[in-house]
Design a protein around this ligand. Structure first.
Ligand code: SF4
Length: 357
């Protein structure tokens, strides 16, 4: 592994905002709000496309109204088939941008355009382009968690669900790989494939907080629990996993493995879908506490938490917060995304979302 030697700000950790606190709604208030949102979705011919990390109320509403709850790859694919003129993406900005890149004729709205991602923010387009220019003999592979401008500079886009077969495919063709932006996921791919990659030094502020020594202690307290880990986590956490995989893979593990207990090292938003599919099973959050932990390190993405029923209603009512992408950037960014989708289709790589209950 070679971690790139880059300007100090490239890949630097963002200052993490506190997660927003939404007013608690009573049952009657919540029902009324949900009913108003359903009417607005019908009026706007809109569908909800929600990520597993957003609030459970949003995931439930997306399913009830014929929308989609999925990982970032399936969210992108769903938008291309949905019979709707407006996609409302409940997630973070790069997900809205990917939906727009693949569906330029559709209106793509988001509850909060400020919902970003530390991986996206830690990989600005200009230094990234300079990094690529300095290594012209490398194939540029970027994770979905990047801006449209960074995707426009890439040869391939991948998600965590398809990164391994694509890197193996490139290696078999004799190509050298430049990987961005998540160094932990990049290192995991290197270890699994044996491919030496040039890595951008980015990290997810949620997954990077999981602590290996504290996980080891927790496992001793729950020796029968299976440990599920997302590969954006550090090596010492990945090394203790029974299952390492994308959000969809971890959800399927809870639904299908015989274990009664699971220790889960990914964003806590995923528990809604896991509980839905396996209501009798015990889910234990992997620990983030330890030296250097902050009050923000609570295993829930502060940007995913910017999505709520309240601002969803607002965006449907006003039609603001629309994703717009420069046509030139869009024309280039669609190429690596389409390449990944075509590869998945050719190889028959299943990326379908976890089933509904
Ligand atoms: S959980 Fe991590 S990778 Fe996902 S959106 Fe938040 S900061 Fe980005």
């Amino acid at each position: 592994m070679t971690i790139a030697d880059l300007p100090a700000h490239a890949g630097a950790r963002l200052e993490v905002p506190p997660a927003p606190v939404w007013p608690t709604l009573g049952p009657a208030e919540k029902d009324a709000l949900r009913a108003r949102i359903k009417a607005l979705l019908a009026r706007e011919r809109a569908v909800l496309v929600a990520h597993y990390y957003v609030d459970g109320d949003l995931q439930a509403l997306a399913e009830e109204t014929g929308g989609c709850v999925a990982d970032s790859l399936e969210m992108a694919r769903y938008g291309t088939t949905a019979d709707a003129q407006t996609l409302v993406v409940c997630g973070v900005r790069f997900m809205g941008e990917t939906a727009k890149i693949l569906n330029p004729e559709k209106r793509v709205l988001m509850p909060d355009l400020g919902a970003t991602c530390s991986l996206d923010e830690g990989c600005p387009a200009e230094p990234f382009a300079a990094f690529c220019d300095a290594h012209p003999d490398h194939t540029v592979v970027v994770y979905a968690n990047t801006s449209a401008a960074v995707k426009a500079r890439a040869d391939w886009m991948v998600t965590s669900g398809i990164a391994l077969p694509i890197v193996r495919h490139l290696h078999a063709r004799g190509e050298k790989v430049l990987w961005a932006p998540d160094k932990h996921l990049g290192h995991y791919i290197e270890r699994e494939t044996g491919v030496d990659m040039l890595l951008w030094p980015g990290a997810c502020v949620v997954h990077e907080e999981f602590k290996g020594f504290a996980l080891d202690r927790l496992r001793r307290l729950h020796p029968k629990a299976a440990v599920l880990v997302h590969p954006e986590s550090p090596d010492e956490v990945v090394d203790q996993a029974d299952v390492v995989g994308s959000t969809t893979a971890l959800i399927k593990a809870v639904a299908t493995l015989p274990h009664e207990e699971f220790i889960v090292a990914t964003d806590a938003g995923i528990f809604w879908k896991m509980h839905q599919l396996a209501p009798g099973k015990r889910l234990i959050p992997a620990p983030t506490a330890g030296e250097g932990a902050t009050c923000e390190s609570c295993a829930h993405c502060p940007w995913m938490a910017m999505n709520a029923l309240q601002n969803l209603e607002e965006v449907l009512r006003r039609g603001h917060n629309e994703i717009r992408i420069d046509p030139g950037i869009r024309a280039r960014a669609v190429v690596p995304i389409r390449r990944m989708l075509d590869f998945a289709a050719e190889q028959g790589i299943g990326t379908a979302p976890a089933p509904r209950r």
